[in-house]
Design a protein around this ligand. Structure first.
Ligand code: AMP
Length: 298
């Protein structure tokens, strides 16, 4: 999760290589419909051009269909979904139904000036659909990674990356998507990653956050920008496991019987629960002894 331009798609593509599971980008799915001129594509076109959101029911149908595809059976990375509270709740219900709990929700934390720079520099190749940034990641020239026969990428700017629409998309994010972060923070799934720096650094942080979620779970207070900014200033301290290798099996094949929420509960919290249970057990034992003593006396 993250604002438009926070780099979710770019990093998701890198995780695809790492884990061998698909990236499911709802934005890409809608753009494909638009390109193919389907009924949905036509409906979504005007909404996307304005920077608004396609309705929740449609988005949930899209996800339900997509996660049923054979390539998604070992896991998947959602990119750009959920974006609203009903989508998050619909997703939770769907995952419960399918027995595939969500492993983690990664929030890409990026300051507004950097967001604007990234979005305004973003360009897509109309031939191969690869995304570049004229400031930070320009395409090589001549291109060696475009479609066969093309020595140059044909770059264009997405209509919704134009300035007026970007402002609206950021507003829509604040209004509809930011509240969803509290939902994931409350259920212990949210991991916040500082998404500024080199692509490699950010990938390392994302992998560490997925693996060592407990290090950051609950510390992010997305609704309060001051704390998010403070988190940005202390990346090293908060992510001690950045050098560890990702545990592939952990991410892609979680057993349905072990809910993600339980797994990510910090050890300290677990210990507290055990201590409380022991206290209660001792109290109960004391009461039982007292009752027995009284009944003997009688
Ligand atoms: P993206 O490429 O993820 O920024 O998505 C581009 C546009 O597609 C958004 O501005 C929305 O209009 C639409 N869209 C993508 N994902 C969703 C979603 N989960 N819910 C509603 N609209 C979406």
């Amino acid at each position: 999760m993250g604002a438009p331009g926070s780099g979710k798609g770019t990093q998701a593509q890198r995780l695809v290589t790492q884990f061998g599971i698909p990236q499911i980008s709802t934005g890409d799915i809608l753009r494909k419909h638009r390109k193919e001129g389907t009924e949905l594509g036509k409906r979504a076109d005007a909404i996307m051009a304005k920077g608004l959101l396609v309705d929740d029911a449609t988005m949930l149908d899209i996800i339900r269909d997509r996660v049923a595809q054979p390539d998604a059976q070992d896991g998947f990375i959602l990119d750009g979904f959920p974006r609203t509270q009903p989508q998050a709740e619909g997703l939770a219900a769907l995952m419960t139904e399918l027995g595939t709990p969500i492993d983690s929700v990664v929030l890409f934390d990026v300051g507004t000036p950097e967001l604007v720079r990234r979005i305004s520099g973003r360009r897509t190749c109309s031939l191969c659909d690869k995304v570049f940034n004229v400031y930070s990641a320009p395409p090589a020239s001549p291109a060696t990674d475009c479609v066969a026969g093309s020595s140059e990428h044909q770059l264009f700017q997405r209509k919704d990356d134009e300035e007026a629409t970007v402002t609206e998309r950021l507003r829509v994010y604040e209004e509809n998507t930011r509240p969803v972060l509290s939902y994931y923070s409350n259920n212990g799934l949210l991991r916040t990653v500082t998404a500024e720096g080199s692509l490699e650094e950010i990938t390392k942080r994302v992998l560490a956050a997925i693996q060592e979620g407990t290090a950051v779970v609950g510390q992010a207070a997305p609704a309060k920008p001051a704390r998010a900014a403070a988190a940005r200033k202390r990346p090293a301290k908060r992510r001690p496991a950045a050098k560890k290798k990702p545990a592939r099996a952990k991410v892609v094949r979680r057993k349905a019987t072990k809910p993600a929420r339980k797994k990510s509960r910090p050890a300290a919290a677990r210990k507290r629960v055990v201590r409380t249970l022991r206290k209660v057990a001792r109290k109960v034992a004391r009461v039982v002894r007292r009752v027995r003593r009284k009944s003997k006396r009688r």
